[in-house]
Design a protein around this ligand. Structure first.
Ligand SMILES: NC(=O)c1ccc[n+]([C@@H]2O[C@H](COP(=O)([O-])OP(=O)(O)OC[C@H]3O[C@@H](n4cnc5c(N)ncnc54)[C@H](OP(=O)(O)O)[C@@H]3O)[C@@H](O)[C@H]2O)c1
Length: 338
């Protein structure tokens, strides 16, 4: 059961490297233990997944590293065939090399294929914290702070610890401030993308700059942490037009969300601890594509339904979570934007 990895369609990055059109997430959402997540990674490698989205702050890299090592030692996969992504957490922006070396040691992977700046500011919260908790040391986005963090990753590329650089949770106004300052261009931007939150403008901006969008929460993250759930959120998989397309194909709406993502051109990174789910998710790349009409219907389902609002990253003086996303086209409270 599973998919032959050589049959999974590939995406070419701006370096010319090819990566699978779908990866697997590893965030346990404060609900799944590191063992449950790493067991799923072990099963997913055997089911044909080659790209994994990890992060220092998910608290499970050492368990996942055991799984990578075992799969390589047992000859299931070679290191060069895995595309291991991880992220520097917000509390390590001044010590990126230390953080990268810890992730490499925990993941037992020798080098990181794609290293993201998880959030574009150094504001952090305690794991599993309440949505109303605030860190008084939090600050608005600063071009200088971000570029200092980015330059540390560029140095890790020079040292051979990191192959590719990624950004995450960015906005167009922030990108506009930094896009001409990179020595080594980012290959990808990880961003929230699901049928009711399509971020078309940012998606188009990234494509125009040859930066690959990687879509997190591609299924609308039904198991997301309590702090990321508000009553007005829409459940993507329950939207009637969406369910109708799934019924026509005789599949779960999750499969339609993933087909839509791949056909649109983002790389979705769905997560599940259930074998039947993660196998069927990858298998969605092997079956009948959506029609142009179905793709056009899904394009109309945009509801601007951002799920990760990011309240816990707000700085003193910020109004509310909208300030994090530069919705008026300027970076809110930025001290050094030009
Ligand atoms: N860069 C960032 O800031 C950031 C933020 C958030 C997430 N991420 C990454 O994105 C990954 C994916 O996001 P996510 O895990 O929050 O959400 P998701 O992939 O949208 O949703 C995962 C949930 O969907 C359900 N599911 C999965 N496959 C299914 C299927 N075939 N049929 C039915 N239900 C299915 C599972 O719930 P059940 O267990 O109920 O079946 C699973 O827990 C994360 O793991 C993480 O790696 C990155």
């Amino acid at each position: 059961m599973g998919v032959d990895p050589s049959k999974v369609p590939q995406i070419t990055l701006n370096t010319g490297d090819k990566v699978p059109c779908m990866g697997m997430g590893t965030f346990g959402s404060d609900r799944f233990t590191p063992e449950q997540v790493s067991n799923a990674v072990a099963g997913a490698i055997r089911a044909g997944y080659r790209m994994f989205d990890c992060a220092a702050c998910y608290g499970n890299e050492d368990q996942i590293g055991e799984v990578f090592k075992a799969a390589i030692d047992e000859g299931v996969v070679e290191r060069k065939d895995l595309y291991i992504m991880t992220k520097v957490w917000n509390d390590m922006h001044r010590e990126v090399e230390k953080s990268a070396r810890k992730s490499i040691a925990d993941l037992q992977c020798d080098y990181i294929d794609l290293y993201f700046i998880h959030w574009p500011f150094p504001n952090y919260h305690a794991p599993g914290c309440d949505v109303d908790s605030r860190n008084p040391d939090s600050k608005p986005f600063s071009v200088e702070e971000f570029m200092d963090t980015y330059r540390q990753i560029e140095e890790l590329v020079d040292k051979g610890l990191v192959r590719h650089i990624g950004i995450s949770n960015m906005t167009i106004p922030k990108l506009e401030q930094v896009v001409d300052k990179f020595r080594i261009k980012p290959v990808a931007c990880e961003m929230e993308l699901h049928p009711c939150f399509q971020q078309q403008e940012l998606f188009d901006y990234l494509r125009a700059h040859d930066i690959q969008p990687i879509g997190f929460m591609p299924l609308g993250s039904p198991q997301r942490p309590e702090r990321d759930i508000v009553a007005t959120d829409i459940a993507d998989m329950q939207v009637p037009e969406f369910k109708a397309i799934a019924e026509k194909h005789g599949v779960h709406p999750a499969i339609i969300a993933l087909k839509w993502a791949v056909q649109r051109g983002q790389i979705p990174i769905p997560f599940s601890i259930h074998e039947a789910e993660y196998v069927s998710n990858l298998n969605s790349t092997q079956t009948e594509p959506l029609t142009d009409e179905e793709m056009a219907t899904i394009a109309t389902l945009e509801k601007n339904n951002r799920l990760v609002k990011g309240q816990v990253f707000l700085w003193p003086g910020a109004t509310d979570w909208h300030d994090l996303w530069d919705e008026d086209g300027v970076i809110v409270d930025c001290p050094d934007a030009k």
